[in-house]
Ligand binder design. Structure first.
Ligand SMILES: Cc1ncc(COP(=O)(O)O)c(C=O)c1O
Length: 384
């Protein structure tokens, strides 16, 4: 009998028949951009997150860039950014012309350490950008206090936190604006894509105009076809109708996806938590609800040099893994060269980047898969 080889990808988009048909419907029509589906997706996103305003964009990175531009954050300004994040968080600040000022993380959560923010604030600081690391909400009370004290804007990078809440408020609505990602391994996908949410009507209006080249009339508002004016220097950061067609259906499945993520995370957490040679970043705390993006194990000192071996073993067994994130961003070549890097300031971020392995918990895997992951990880951790 042929032996079945396990294949558990780290992330895998779940696209059903309805979604495939919807893409075909777009193809069979003639409206591929500027159409009703992007609007509908924005409405559905508002419904789910209870955001007063949702603005679809081509990616989370583009969305964050757009937010900085519309908050007038630019040359000569500084933005506080966590060191333990995706490079996109810092790139968006750089693209706006501002300087990302990196802050180390809290080792217990991987989130920016609020106690280290104040000493990085200067006269040039305009905003604090927070990232809900792996879907675990940042301690927002402390961040808000600092922002109020220094009159700073708060931008939330919600790439991994769709569905995460603080006191029943969705991430993205805690600060001035929040931006989500719909890259294929995320909680929901549109291939590439992003969504900005905000409570600020004025900002929402500006974001809508500047994501579409700054023209004064959208395609559907033009009384005479082809007639418009450009009032500002905008971008083409629009989402297409194909992407929105997926988004409309994906967002309807988010509660189910989150339930499965939590179930998988909890299964693995409860078993792995008993192993002494690793620690696990939590999926929730106090009044927060996490979105369980993945489960990150951190190898202790004795076995940290065995990370490659463990990853190779798991991958050979068909278990997909990843690393979030592969380096503290200030240690990445572009930033190191531009701003220099002081290791002693980022020891907690280094611990996570250099010693962690991320395991899948997405809705594409079953509890049986989780047991397989646990058994194999447990075996290799005991054998090394
Ligand atoms: C925290 C964070 N921010 C931003 C991004 C970039 O998102 P996008 O690819 O939609 O621009 C990612 C991608 O994984 C991310 O993890």
């Amino acid at each position: 009998m042929k032996k079945f080889k396990k294949n558990i990808p780290f992330g895998y988009p779940l696209i059903d028949k309805k979604e495939r048909n919807e893409i075909n419907n777009v193809l069979n029509g003639h409206i591929y951009a500027h159409g009703p589906r992007t609007k509908k997706f924005e409405e559905e996103f508002c419904k789910y997150t209870k955001a007063p305003h949702s603005i679809s964009v081509s990616s989370c990175t583009a969305g964050m860039h757009l937010v900085y531009k519309n908050l007038n954050i630019s040359n000569g300004d500084e933005v506080i950014v966590p060191a333990q994040t995706h490079v996109a968080t810092a790139h968006a600040v750089e693209h706006a012309g501002a300087k990302p000022v990196f802050v180390d993380c809290d080792p217990k959560t991987g989130n920016i350490d609020p106690n280290k923010i104040e000493k990085k604030i200067t006269k040039k600081t305009k905003a604090i950008t927070i990232v809900h690391f792996l879907g675990l909400p940042v301690d927002f009370v402390k961040i808000k206090k600092i922002a109020k004290k220094f009159n700073l804007k708060i931008i939330e990078d919600c790439a991994l936190s769709l569905g995460a809440k603080v006191n029943d408020i969705h991430t993205g609505l805690l600060g001035d604006a929040g931006v989500f990602s719909f890259y294929p391994v995320k909680h929901i996908t549109t291939g590439e894509g992003g969504m900005i949410i905000t409570k600020n009507r004025n900002l929402a209006g500006k974001l809508k105009i500047s994501r579409a080249l700054g023209v004064d009339k959208t395609f559907n508002e033009r009384k005479i076809p082809g007639m418009y004016d450009a009032k500002i220097l905008g971008y083409n950061y629009r989402m297409s109708e194909f992407q929105a067609a997926l988004g409309i259906h994906q967002i309807k499945k988010i509660k189910l996806f989150l339930k499965k993520r939590k179930e998988n995370f909890t299964f693995l957490f409860n078993r792995l938590n008993k192993i002494n040679s690793i620690r696990i970043l939590p999926g929730k705390y106090n009044n927060c609800k996490g979105s369980y993006y993945c489960l990150s194990i951190i190898l202790n000192k004795k076995i940290k040099n065995k990370r490659k071996l463990i990853i190779k073993y798991l991958n050979k067994k068909g278990i997909g893994t990843s690393i979030y994130y592969p380096q503290p961003v200030p240690r990445m070549s572009y930033y190191k060269k531009k701003y220099t890097y002081k290791k002693k300031n980022f020891l907690n971020s280094e611990e996570i980047s250099d010693n962690s392995i991320c395991l899948p918990v997405g809705p594409h895997i079953s509890l049986k898969d989780c047991k397989y992951i646990f058994d194999n990880l447990n075996f290799i951790l005991k054998s090394i």
